[in-house]
Design a protein around this ligand. Structure first.
Ligand SMILES: NC(=O)c1ccc[n+]([C@@H]2O[C@H](COP(=O)([O-])OP(=O)(O)OC[C@H]3O[C@@H](n4cnc5c(N)ncnc54)[C@H](O)[C@@H]3O)[C@@H](O)[C@H]2O)c1
Length: 322
């Protein structure tokens, strides 16, 4: 598959990730056919994307003339079959359930052309697992986007042992063409690269909270104003190089035995989940979330992400007005 022959894409699952993925392809000029098993997700797809695009325009990253053409390139289809009909690239962003993804790929294969690439946006399942039922696993690959997908530049591209080189190369080229900063992993492994690191941070952050070392607010502020501030500009290995590997290895030896290595979810977090406190969506997680606070935090988050994009990755927002 050559990138020039990719003109239309299908996005299956139009939730948190799928709608932003659809938006990104459409902004770059691709025809997008979307499907979600929940009618509401299909019905409000354009409204959600319009809101995102309006924020792009308000931040000066996109000309207002690019909004309507992008929206017109997106079609919400009534069936899975209609969504994948005639497309050259499919990405699934359905629930993170291995059985659901395996069944979906098995259903899709007879519905698409021989050359159509099938991509999975799984957060953890390698394509050799989710695509296990495929007759032609050569055509399948993981493209792991980050939330919000229309804002975060990285997409991890993770071929499995049976993925054809042509599939990986075309997928990398496609991701670059739509403005993403794709990283091809050299080895297939669960959680890929970034989520493994994020889980390592999660484990320690939860442990420090459980130990009462600082409040949730304080931990968030500490990370934002130190590691987060630094990582936006300089990668961790470069930080180590400039810190000096003699010092860094001493720090590692001193602290590695001290930090949490337990694989159980800490009791503090397990209890919150058992009580139904799942975060913003239930009004309480580590903090309380009255509805006004949710809207305010999300708007603040997107405003800051857009400012960061403007500063560091302005080239990642495409705006095909054709
Ligand atoms: N949310 C994140 O931060 C994030 C980041 C990277 C990757 N992912 C991965 O992306 C995928 C989607 O996650 P999300 O956060 O968008 O979830 P979500 O729950 O917001 O959206 C999933 C959507 O898929 C639909 N759906 C479920 N099964 C379907 C099916 N068989 N056919 C069609 N539609 C179906 C649901 O109705 C829902 O609208 C998951 O694999 C997840 O692990 C999520």
């Amino acid at each position: 598959m050559n990138i020039d022959s990719i003109r239309s894409v299908a996005v299956l699952g139009l939730g948190t990730m799928g709608h932003g993925i659809a938006q990104t392809f459409a902004l770059a000029g691709y025809q997008v056919q979307g499907y979600d098993e929940h009618p509401a997700a299909r019905a409000n797809l354009h409204e959600r994307i319009r809101k995102n695009l309006d924020a792009f325009v308000a931040s000066g990253l996109l000309p207002s003339s690019a909004v309507e053409p992008a929206l017109q390139r997106i079609k919400a289809c009534d069936t899975e079959q209609a969504a994948v009909n005639g497309v050259q690239f499919v990405t699934e962003a359905v629930a993170e359930d291995l059985n659901v993804k395996q069944a979906l790929f098995a259903r899709l294969e007879p519905l698409v052309g021989d050359d159509t690439i099938l991509a999975s946006n799984s957060s953890s399942f390698p394509i050799s697992q989710s695509g296990v039922n495929l007759k032609w696993p050569e055509r399948a690959v993981v493209t792991h986007w980050f939330n919000p997908p229309h804002l975060v530049p990285l997409v991890e591209v993770v071929p499995g042992p049976q993925t054809a080189e042509g599939t990986t190369l075309a997928t990398m080229a496609l991701m670059q063409h739509i403005g993403k900063h794709p990283l091809r992993l050299r080895k297939e492994l669960p959680g890929f690269l970034v989520n493994r690191i994020q889980v390592a941070i999660m484990r320690e952050v939860w442990d420090l909270l459980e130990q009462g070392v600082a409040s949730a607010d304080e931990i968030d502020a500490a990370l934002r104003t130190s590691v987060g501030f630094r990582l936006a500009a300089v990668g961790p290995l470069e930080v180590h190089d400039f810190g000096g590997l003699d010092i860094q290895t001493t720090v590692f030896r001193n602290l590695a035995p001290e930090i949490r290595s337990n694989v159980e979810v800490p009791k503090l977090v397990a209890d919150l989940v058992a009580q139904g406190h799942l975060g913003a969506k239930t009004g309480r997680g580590f903090q309380e979330y009255p509805p006004a606070k949710i809207a305010e935090r999300q708007q603040r988050r997107d405003r800051l992400f857009l400012a960061l994009i403007k500063l560091l990755y302005a080239d990642s927002i495409k705006g095909d007005v054709g």
